[in-house]
Design a protein around this ligand. Structure first.
Ligand code: NIG
Ligand code: FE
Length: 408
């Protein structure tokens, strides 16, 4: 049976906004005093509330001023980890570099040690807590990477945790295997480690139905370009979708991402005009991770340049224990916006349908007929209040698959 939800002071539909390039705020396609007619999990119709009301039997009446947005999508997180990296962060605040800490066996290696030592139950309950917090921030689709296991047993453990947590999490969890995060201490040779993953891990992911997405950290301190390319070719050959940690400190990853037709190239803080151009001419989504720039005290991804050159830009938290511990998508997206001079339309697109594109999903991210009824309502009377408040105003009402979420 269908149900009408409304009225909303404004509905930010993003209905006609294109997948790539710069956007003007007219492309928010705002509907005033609108309603959303939903059936089962999907949006059936979006239109004037009073008109739709005269045709509807069931109405979920909204009181007070509310502005409705598509449910937010976080297309890059590392939300399964054990331990804490407060010590690293303190070191970084006093000037130590992220790469140096890693070189000395800390950083990612510290999280690997703690994640390996954690039980599945501990990891699962922490993931559920983080996912629930994200949902309350309006994030209804969350990508979750492995990458703190670095061996077959522990990478499988993490991806099983993600699969098991789905039953207790309202948001959709989209798993990605980042076993090629860094080379573990047990291996002297990076190539050998990647061969081991190719032979002993990747086929199992498919058999066990754990993920169809493969990621790798392309960086001289992690995996250099040629090695990464071989690994990704192999993964692609097995049928995996690709996504890449690219150009974070040194360029290289984005070029591979485009050559191999990766769904996304993420980070890009070091990208130059050349990389910007390559990405803009491709179908690979450029993902900015302002939380990592804030957490590392480094420059932002050149979001303005990417959009002006014609790229598709998504914005994501990179939520992880090391470089990006905050995990607040709207706070980070609004900060990126003011530094990079982005329109509201570009920011909202980056955390909705363009983030969906980075995940290869075309069924969500806009408030239009046929899409999933994932929606978030903010207690404001003008959409501009949301970014103006820099993410501090949280959604008051959240719908996932057409069902109103009560507090978790
Ligand atoms: O995306 N850059 C590599 N990986 C993560 C950080 C992981 C960590 O520091 O634990 C990132 O920033
Ligand atoms: Fe990351």
């Amino acid at each position: 049976m269908s149900k009408l939800i409304g009225p909303f002071k404004e509905i930010v539909t993003l209905s006609e906004a294109p997948e790539k390039g710069a956007l003007e705020d007219s492309e928010l396609h705002i509907l005033r005093n609108g309603g959303v007619l939903i059936e089962e999990e999907k949006i059936l119709k979006v239109g004037d509330f009073d008109t739709l009301k005269s045709e509807s039997k069931s109405v979920e009446e909204i009181t007070g001023d509310q502005v409705l947005l598509p449910g937010l999508i976080d297309c890059h997180t590392h939300m399964v980890w054990g331990g804490s990296r407060a010590r690293d962060y303190t070191l970084r605040m006093s000037g130590e570099s992220y790469e140096k800490i890693l070189e000395q066996g800390g950083g990612i290696f510290d999280s690997v040690e703690k994640t390996r030592a954690a039980t599945s139950d501990e990891l699962r309950s922490n993931l559920i807590k983080r996912a629930n917090r994200h949902l309350m921030d309006g994030v209804t689709t969350i990508e979750v990477k492995s990458g703190y296991g670095l061996d077959v047993e522990n990478e499988l453990k993490i991806l099983e945790v993600v699969k098991d947590a789905k039953a207790d999490v309202i948001s959709d969890l989209i798993p990605t295997c980042l076993a090629a995060h860094v080379c573990p201490k047990e291996f002297d040779d990076k190539r050998e480690f990647l061969k081991y993953l190719e032979n002993d891990l990747l086929p199992q992911l498919l058999v066990k139905g754990l993920t169809n997405r493969i990621d790798i950290f392309v960086e001289p301190s992690a995996f250099p370009m040629e090695m990464a390319e071989d690994y990704l070719q192999k993964a692609k050959g097995l049928g995996f979708d690709l996504t890449i940690h690219a150009d974070q400190f040194h360029i290289g990853g984005s070029q591979i991402a485009v050559e191999l037709g990766a769904k996304s190239a993420d980070h890009l803080e070091a990208s130059t005009e050349r990389e910007v151009k390559i990405l803009a001419q491709s179908d690979t989504v450029a993902v900015a991770l302002p939380g990592a720039s804030i957490g590392l005290g480094m420059n932002f991804t050149p979001a303005r340049k990417l959009l002006d050159a014609g790229a598709s830009l998504a914005i994501s938290t990179d939520w992880n224990p090391g470089s990006a511990p905050m995990g607040d998508l709207l706070v980070q997206a609004s900060i990126l916006g003011i530094y990079e001079k982005l329109s509201s339309s570009e920011i909202f697109a980056g955390v909705t349908f363009r983030a969906a594109k980075a995940l290869g999903l075309d069924d969500r991210g806009k408030i239009v007929s046929g899409m999933k009824a994932d929606m978030v309502a903010f207690p404001v009377n003008d959409y501009r209040e949301i970014l103006y408040n820099q993410g501090k105003i949280k959604p008051q009402i959240i719908w996932k698959n057409g069902t109103r979420v009560s507090h978790v």
